[in-house]
Design a protein around this ligand. Sequence first.
Ligand code: G3P
Length: 214
Amino acid sequence: MKFFIDTANIDEIREAHSMGMVDGVTTNPSLIAKEGRDFEDIIKEICQIVDGPISAEVISTDTEGMIKEARNLAKIHDNIVVKIPMIVDGLKATRRLSEEGIKTNVTLAFSPLQALMAAKAGANYISPFIGRLDDLSQEGLLLVEQIVEIYSNYAFDTEIIVASIRNPLHVLESALMGADIATIPFSVLGKLAAHPMTDKGLKAFLDDWEKTKK
Ligand code: G3P
């Protein structure tokens, strides 16, 4: 499973990258806004740190506007993947961008049929938002399971980026289901690495080592 980091924060990206845990980066307008910096500057800086797919999202909601923004974003770096919202105009934009060879990540997917349509339109990636479904007491991971099955049934190349991840179980279950990618917030990445038995065991080893010096 590939790990992307779901943040626009450069310090978080550098730290996760130094752990070898960043195969790519996803951003969205809310994550960019949190940084209080110019959108393009942030994306350019991320491209210098990470050699992998970097998702940058359009703001337009009409097909022509999305295509125009996508072409500009794609010029920033070869690794740019343009995030397109899962609306009808977004599907039209995805199809056209796919013909132009511009990579797309169809975002804000909340149903398996949306994921099927995105794949048919030629999306390179689909982003099901599982935490936001859990928030509505709908099972987000069931959506991932259904998309994995549909894409496998019809051999779509579209890769599944499990998004809106809130906890380590989201990552574990997605990996067991065979989802291609988890895009993980920095705080959750730390939780994946942690185990109290590791800390306890390490402390015991070091305490015992100290005893050898007496
Ligand atoms: O990047 C998209 C997605 O991961 C957002 O997550 O926590 O805002 O639902 P969240």
